[in-house]
Design a protein around this ligand. Structure first.
Ligand code: MG
Ligand code: ZN
Length: 245
């Protein structure tokens, strides 16, 4: 399951039995799940709606976020956590819009985990009643297994990728609530088969929602913002204390 850790089926680690490796994976994920639950409680207490953006490298997550946070910051408090193995380039692109961003460098690690997100969230200014976008490391494998405490995973898929990616990386598409198909402006040039992509994604996850966007032209973003507003309406908020006479 974890391409970053030991792969019990594929790899041998000197002196370690595969039972032992499986146990280590379970321990790592169990600890992550506890920290993710802490993050989720914290986001709920602050009334922050958190999205975990995942994709292959180059699908355009950062460009998509630059446009989205520029436009949403008039409506919501917005913050961004940027995960990359190296560099703070993506966080700098977000900050240029006026939105606060914390860069997390994972080094050799190929995914964000709940501990990294909890620490980065504490370094952001308060986002009360706002939105938190977490841009995960570009990788469709292990980010599927690491809950960060988000309200929803959004998988960004680009028309420059093969239509069968949902079939090749089923765990990620199964875990996602929304698939954003980016670079839709290039679809005609690329002979991109939208219907087939959606069919493959729904074969893995019949409930996945699908929107098409272009971070370059802005096409489809109104629909994305409408989706976000629906999620913020859906997020259960603490009931206002009833005015009992
Ligand atoms: Mg990026
Ligand atoms: Zn990983």
């Amino acid at each position: 399951m974890l391409d970053c850790g030991a792969d019990p089926a594929g790899q041998r680690i000197a002196g370690m039995s595969s039972d032992r490796i499986i146990q280590i994976e379970r321990d790592i994920l169990g600890k992550n799940d506890r920290l993710a639950a802490d993050n989720r409680a914290r986001f709920r207490a602050d009334d922050v709606l958190a999205f975990n953006l995942v994709s292959s490298p180059g699908a355009g997550k950062t460009s998509l976020l630059v446009r989205a946070v520029s436009e949403l910051q008039n409506e919501y408090e917005v913050g961004v956590i940027e995960g990359d193995q190296q560099t703070s380039n993506d966080a700098e692109r977000i900050r240029a819009t006026g939105v606060p961003a914390i860069q997390v460098n994972t080094g050799k690690g190929c995914h964000l985990d709940a501990a990294m997100v909890g620490e980065a969230y504490r370094r952001l200014p308060p986002l009360n009643h706002g939105l938190l976008f977490i841009e995960n490391v570009g990788n469709l494998v292990c980010p599927a297994a690491f809950d960060l405490g988000e309200a929803a995973k959004i998988v960004v898929f680009s028309t420059t990728e093969g239509e069968d990616k949902p079939l090749k990386y089923p765990d990620m598409f199964a875990a996602a609530t929304l698939m954003l198909i980016n670079k839709i402006d290039l679809a005609p040039v690329l002979d991109f088969d939208l219907a087939r992509t959606i069919e493959y994604a729904r074969r893995i996850n019949p409930r996945i929602e699908v929107l098409t966007v272009s971070a370059r032209t802005g096409e489809g973003f109104a629909g994305f913002y409408a989706w976000i507003r629906r999620q913020s309406g859906r997020q259960s908020r603490p009931a206002p204390s009833a005015a009992l006479g």
